[in-house]
Design a protein around this ligand. Sequence first.
Ligand code: SF4
Ligand code: SF4
Length: 114
Amino acid sequence: MEAPREIRAPHSLDVLAPEPVTTCAGCGVCCREVSVPPYLDEIDFIPVALQREVYEARKIEAELIAQSRPCIWWEPATGKCGHHEDRPNICREYEIGGELCLETRARFAVGKKD
Ligand code: SF4
Ligand code: SF4
């Protein structure tokens, strides 16, 4: 017999973050979910030197993932993208304080008080 499917209760954004999230300061967790900047075709429009960095990282992506390495461009000291102006479209579309952002922050327990 087929196992019953898990039914996820709809959640409210208030549950994920009681206070509105308006800045990435002290976070950066969405940049720790990928090891290589997630470009699609738009990679053709960034500087060639940066394209090379991405292509080189793709060659060892499995290794980077196995080591749970954050995106190669993520700067731990600041928690920011080192190439913000040239970041991939999907990174641009990741809305600060949006549902994906709040879910990711909750998963990494960002802003949780002990
Ligand atoms: S998860 Fe949200 S707050 Fe954190 S770095 Fe990403 S966009 Fe910014
Ligand atoms: S915003 Fe920058 S550091 Fe973060 S995942 Fe995208 S390319 Fe990597």
